[in-house]
Structure formats: structure tokens, C-alpha cells
Design a protein around this ligand. Structure first.
Ligand SMILES: NC(=O)C1=CN([C@@H]2O[C@H](COP(=O)(O)OP(=O)(O)OC[C@H]3O[C@@H](n4cnc5c(N)ncnc54)[C@H](OP(=O)(O)O)[C@@H]3O)[C@@H](O)[C@H]2O)C=CC1
Ligand SMILES: O=C(O)[C@@H]1CCC=N1
Length: 272
């Protein structure tokens, strides 16, 4: 029997962003959110909001019909071993296991918890915390629409979601999961340069962040592709041309592509 309860195992950066986003949106009753983390203090701010702290991963799995595994890929074997007996006691229809881990495959989950269980993989990102996340999702073929919609709503209440094939899950990490880091790097480099030139750091950050937001809106809503938008900015013989030329000369494009490949490759290595 399904009870609508959402359980989270591993309350670190990402689970905190997801739970924080869910709480801000009010999409799920706060008392339906269960969680477990070895260091209990990490759950405190959510228990203060009305979420329920459990004393073990088994307890979360026993009490909830949608279980989000939010530990590091390296901890997965241990957590899967711990929850396997509890998952085995449930009817296959009564539990959906959601993994947000980089690289951990459906095969890894099925080998540990059973091929007849229902699985969803998600690749979210930390802006979920502000309701501005981006999450790629995929499911095993036995996950019915109703169960998938429920999992999806935990992510879509705090950002956009897109369903993709499992074969694309490692490549998509460079697009949603990891990509905030290179955008923050760009912000840091830009603002550090501005500060060196005597521009007030807050002023620079405000200008740069609005530029990222506005550029994202142009990409989504102007009807123009990235190259056309770059061309609109680039006057012949002007400043943007000079900027892009140095990036080209110094191998920026190749470095970015190599970094995406490294990201995907690392996810493949993290598979169990
Ligand atoms: N950070 C990100 O931006 C994103 C992360 N992910 C994925 O999310 C997952 C979690 O990443 P992230 O939140 O950054 O990692 P964190 O290290 O911040 O969180 C992991 C949490 O797991 C807890 N934990 C450790 N061992 C156990 C255990 N045996 N049982 C239950 N909980 C345990 C840790 O608790 P304690 O500290 O007390 O040991 C910690 O709070 C990873 O698989 C990652 O691939 C996906 C997309 C984006
Ligand atoms: O760095 C990581 O491995 C995780 C997965 C995506 C973002 N953070």
C-alpha cells in the first residue's frame, strides 16, 4: 500500500537543496518527509520545520514508498546493502527507489535491490534550493506514470525537469549537475578581474549575474541560436571580437569539451 511518504537517505548538500526546495514550494506535506543522516545535526533545520528524522536508513525505507538515495556514489554499496532486506520485504509496487548519484546505474541498483523493483535516476543541481533547479530524470520501464509523476514533482516543484534515456545520464551531468560549478568559476574570474580594475565587487557581481540571467532568457526566448546571439554581440573589430579571439587562441573551446568528457568519464568510473 502506498502512503505518499518521501524518504531521504544522506542529508548533505544535494538532499538539503531538494528538501529545502520542497519545503519552500509547499508541494508535499512537511510531515510526509522522512530522512536519515549519520550526523544527526544535519537534519536539525528540517526537523525544526516539521520533517521527521529517522535513526537508520532501514527505518526510512520501511516507512516511505519513495526513497531518495542521496549519498556519495562511493557510499552506495554500503547503503544498498543496509536497505536491501527492507526493500525485499515490500511489494514491488509499493516502493520507488530514486538515485541522484553520478554514475550509479539501474543495473547497479537492480543487482543490489532486485530487478523487479521500480527505479528512477535523477541528475539535479544545487539551485533547486532557490526553486531554480534543473533536473534530468530517467526511469526503468516498469515505473508507472503515476509513480514517475510523483518523483518528478519533487524536483519540478523547485525547478525545471526533463526526461531523458538512461544512456544519456552520465553525459547530462555536464549540463545540469556539475554545470553550476563552471558558471560560478566564470563569475569568480570575471568579478576578480573587475575588482583588480577597481570596480566595486558587489557592483560587478550584480552586473555579471544579471548578464547571465538576461543571456539565459535570450537563449530561451529570442528564437536565435547561441552562434546568432554571439554574432549580435560581436562588432567587427570591436571588444568582443578581441575577447573571443584570445579564448580561441588559448584553446578555450577544446578545454571546455575536454572538461565535459572528463565529467562523463568520471561518472562511468563511479559506476559500481
Ligand atoms: N552536490 C551536487 O551539486 C550534486 C550531487 N549529486 C549527487 O548527490 C549525491 C550526494 O552529493 P552531495 O549532497 O554533494 O554529498 P554530501 O557529502 O554533501 O552528502 C552526502 C551525505 O551522505 C551522508 N552519509 C554518509 N554515509 C552515509 C550512510 N551510510 N547512510 C546515510 N547517509 C550517509 C553524509 O553524512 P555525514 O556527513 O554525516 O557523513 C552526507 O550528509 C552524490 O551521489 C552526488 O553524485 C547530484 C547532483 C548534484
Ligand atoms: O561532483 C559531483 O560528483 C556531483 C555530481 C554532480 C555535481 N556534483
Amino acid at each position: 500500500m502506498k502512503n505518499g511518504k518521501l524518504g531521504f537517505i544522506g542529508i548533505g548538500n544535494m538532499a538539503s537543496a531538494i528538501i529545502g526546495g520542497i519545503l519552500s514550494s509547499g508541494t508535499f506535506p512537511v510531515g510526509d518527509i522522512y530522512m536519515y543522516n549519520p550526523h544527526a545535526e544535519k537534519m536539525q533545520r528540517f526537523t525544526e520545520s516539521g520533517c521527521v528524522a529517522c535513526t537508520s536508513a532501514e527505518e526510512v525505507t520501511e516507512l516511505c514508498d519513495t526513497v531518495f538515495l542521496c549519498v556519495k556514489p562511493q557510499i552506495f554499496p554500503e547503503v544498498l546493502r543496509v536497505i536491501a532486506p527492507t526493500v525485499a520485504k515490500k511489494n514491488a509496487d509499493d516502493v520507488v527507489i530514486v538515485s541522484i548519484a553520478a554514475g550509479v546505474t539501474f543495473k547497479n541498483l537492480q543487482d543490489a535491490l532486485g530487478a523487479d523493483r521500480r527505479y528512477v535516476r535523477a541528475m539535479p543541481n544545487t539551485p533547486l534550493l532557490l526553486g531554480e533547479g534543473a533536473t534530468a530524470l530517467c526511469r526503468t520501464s516498469n515505473v508507472p506514470e503515476e509513480d514517475f509523476a510523483r518523483v518528478r514533482s519533487a524536483f519540478s516543484c523547485c525547478g525545471v525537469t526533463q526526461e531523458i534515456d538512461e544512456a544519456q545520464m552520465n553525459a547530462v551531468i555536464a549540463v545540469s549537475g556539475s554545470s553550476p560549478a563552471y558558471l560560478y568559476l566564470l563569475a569568480k574570474l570575471t568579478c576578480d578581474y573587475a575588482a583588480q580594475q577597481g570596480i566595486d565587487p558587489k557592483t560587478a557581481l550584480t552586473l555579471f549575474c544579471q548578464t547571465m540571467k538576461g543571456s539565459a532568457d535570450m537563449l530561451l526566448n529570442s528564437g536565435k541560436d547561441p552562434q546568432a546571439l554571439m554574432d549580435m554581440v560581436t562588432s567587427k573589430g570591436g571588444t568582443t571580437f578581441a575577447l573571443l579571439n584570445v579564448l580561441k587562441e588559448q584553446g578555450f573551446n577544446e578545454a571546455m569539451i575536454s572538461s565535459f568528457e572528463a565529467c562523463t568519464h568520471r561518472a562511468e568510473e563511479l559506476s559500481m
